[in-house]
Design a protein. Structure first.
Length: 281
């Protein structure tokens, strides 16, 4: 298709033919080899170490939802990257946090962003949050063959539902199975520890700032127990990436604000190393 457009100066017929509003369907019809799940892997002997990203956490508050992640990527017992970005905007009101094989995960996010943009241009309207969650489920299911070979991608999708006027969270398994979470969720190798922290700290009446602090506490505890999760790095000025979705749309908290929250958490840990206690009811 590319050669044809260069020689004639015209777009190939495939680009001018009415069809599905799904970019994935279009790509699958005309260049299926470009889809990550359709790529053939070379024969290999033994395990292959690739960069993996962890840990992602998300929680809702009155008026929106927070999606955050640590910054470490590991490759076996090696730290492959200390400042990886694992949380990306999907569109104006939603975001995706990635855990799993880093390269495939980032590529899947880019395809997902393009899928949502393509739908909006073709249909002249945005997908509902439920529809976006379903599209991502389809993409993960398409990567199942890779997942069975050890190249899994397990994201969290969160966003502000403009119809229901509240934040919502969706988690996935490697087969594309989707679950809507109530209150909070976590994925990645440190998720069990992060979820435990949120379980004791989360309340529905937390403000955005209080919830951001609780999320940093959760990532701190995950890093304290899981070597693949990176905690706040004061020396290198590498802090968790925190995003917020409200009726005003997607925004990423400034580094200065996240730094201030992380420093408050670290200072408090000097007095109480195991972190804050659950509120007594």
């Amino acid at each position: 298709m590319e050669a044809n457009s260069r020689s004639t100066g015209r777009l190939p017929a495939a680009f001018l033919t009415p069809g599905s509003s799904s970019f994935l369907d279009f790509l699958g019809d005309h260049s299926p080899e470009l889809l990550p799940g359709n790529r053939a892997l070379p024969p290999l002997k033994g395990a292959v170490e690739l960069p993996h990203g962890t840990t992602i956490v998300s929680a809702t508050f009155d008026g929106g939802v927070i999606l955050a992640g640590d910054r470490r990527a590991t490759m076996g017992n090696i730290i492959a990257q200390r400042d990886m970005e694992k949380v990306f905007p999907a569109d104006e009101y939603s975001a995706v946090g990635i855990a799993g094989t880093a390269g495939l995960a980032v590529e899947m996010v880019k395809l997902f962003q393009l899928e949502l943009e393509h739908y909006e241009k073709i249909e002249g309207a945005t997908l509902s949050l439920e529809g976006k969650a379903n599209r991502l489920s389809t993409m993960i299911r398409g990567n199942l063959s890779m997942a069975l070979q050890g190249l899994a991608v397990v994201p969290i999708f969160a966003g502000y539902d403009t119809d229901r006027e509240k934040g919502r969270i969706f988690s996935y398994d490697v087969t594309g199975g989707r679950s809507e979470e109530t209150g909070f969720a976590a994925t990645g190798s440190g998720s069990v520890f992060a979820r435990g922290t949120l379980k004791k700290l989360y309340r529905k009446d937390l403000t955005e700032r209080q919830l951001a602090t609780a999320v940093v506490q959760a990532l701190y505890d995950a890093a304290d127990e899981d070597s693949a999760t990176g905690g706040p790095d004061i020396a290198r000025r590498v802090f968790p990436l925190i995003t917020v979705m409200t009726e005003e749309g997607f925004r990423r908290l400034p580094d200065a604000e996240v730094s201030a929250i992380a420093r408050e958490v670290i200072d408090a840990r000097l007095e109480r190393p195991d972190g804050p206690q659950a509120q007594v009811l």
